[in-house]
Write a protein that binds this ligand. Structure first.
Ligand code: ZN
Length: 149
């Protein structure tokens, strides 16, 4: 008994440690709706993407004018930071929307790459087609970000 007690208490320590490490921490509830606070927090991150949407009009003008130098410069310049802006805002969306947002961003940049290639080839038909697809993806992306304006 003299030997057994310390072993028993040691065993108890083991069991307790095991139970503590196994019991899942009270799972944080994953939000499924945008609260007004969350929407307000999102606005500064939505802004650069909304601005890019306006800038798409400039790109459209360059493509229509077949100004290929400006088309390519614009994709790499003013729209160049958009990839990062979209990645940042995607991570701030509700978990259920993040994958969709990331896929749309990936799609959009695929279209930009193809506009760039079309501009290189001076192919206005392809550039215009890809432009329209890019606008669709950007619109869908923006629709995912709730706005208070
Ligand atoms: Zn697309």
């Amino acid at each position: 008994m003299r030997l057994f007690r310390p072993i028993l208490s040691l065993l108890l320590v083991f069991v307790t440690t095991f139970l503590v490490s196994c019991s899942s921490p009270t799972q944080a509830k994953i939000p499924t709706v945008y609260t007004p606070e969350k929407i307000a927090q999102l606005q500064p991150f939505r802004e650069p993407v909304a601005l890019a949407k306006e800038q798409m009009e400039t790109l459209k003008g360059f493509i229509q004018a077949k100004n290929w130098t400006n088309t390519r410069t614009f994709i790499h310049g003013p729209l160049g930071g958009l990839r990062q802006d979209m990645a940042i805002v995607s991570r701030k969306l509700l978990v259920k929307d993040q994958k969709t947002a990331q896929n749309l961003a990936k799609e959009l940049f695929g279209h930009f790459e193809r506009i760039d290639a079309a501009a290189k080839d001076r192919n206005d038909i392809a550039a215009q087609e890809q432009y329209l697809e890019a606008v669709k993806d950007l619109d869908a992306f923006l629709a995912l970000i709730p706005s208070n304006s």
